[in-house]
Design a protein around this ligand. Sequence first.
Ligand SMILES: C[S@@+](CC[C@H](N)C(=O)[O-])C[C@H]1O[C@@H](n2cnc3c(N)ncnc32)[C@H](O)[C@@H]1O
Length: 217
Amino acid sequence: MDWYSWHDGYDGPSGGRLQVVQTQIDAALATMTESPIRVISICAGQGHDIVGSLQRFDRRRDVEALLVELDERNVEAARRRIADASLTGIRLKAADAGVTDVYKGMVPADLILACGVFGSLTDQDIDRTVGLLPTLSSPNAQVVWTANRAAPGLWDTALTAFDRHGFREVWTTDRAEERFGIGRHRLTTQPRPFEPGMQMFSFADEDTLVRIGRIST
Ligand SMILES: C[S@@+](CC[C@H](N)C(=O)[O-])C[C@H]1O[C@@H](n2cnc3c(N)ncnc32)[C@H](O)[C@@H]1O
């Protein structure tokens, strides 16, 4: 997968997904009274979602965000997007978002974005990742996440993981929505202490993704 050109989809069919994600980010930010509001984006891509939401968020100067993305081309595109939007308070790291160390100094977070991540992970890694989110979370932290409903089992695996690990649903896309799946969950258990050095996930290789039905050939 070319993760740079993947973002071209936002000019076409994926534009609808982006709007819904941004609406959920807006809704999450609107509930947050603390300052600073800490946001981390896991596999942030070119930052379309959080940049769009922060541009229209009145309290954007209260937000400290960390965007973690492996592909340098996407990091550069995100850097340009942030500059064009005149946003301050957003840091970018070109790094592996799957290892907890990368979030050191930016957690506990009030809002965690995990968009476009679960579809590239095995079920075990989805469960492991969601299981470690409470170590990155502040009390009542919210997670905005996506999982394609067309990939067999993916949506239910993600929902089950949130349920198992102390999160409760705030909002999810309707079951009839077939183009994409988006969720917003809130941590209802106590956060756990940050654990550096934990591997949350690695993107699975293409053969594995085909075998487990995430993508078709
Ligand atoms: C499907 S895109 C989603 C991008 C963004 N979150 C969005 O929804 O617009 C997945 C992104 O994950 C990045 N990625 C893949 N493996 C990663 C890793 N281990 N750490 C950080 N980013 C990674 C890819 O480069 C790609 O930009």
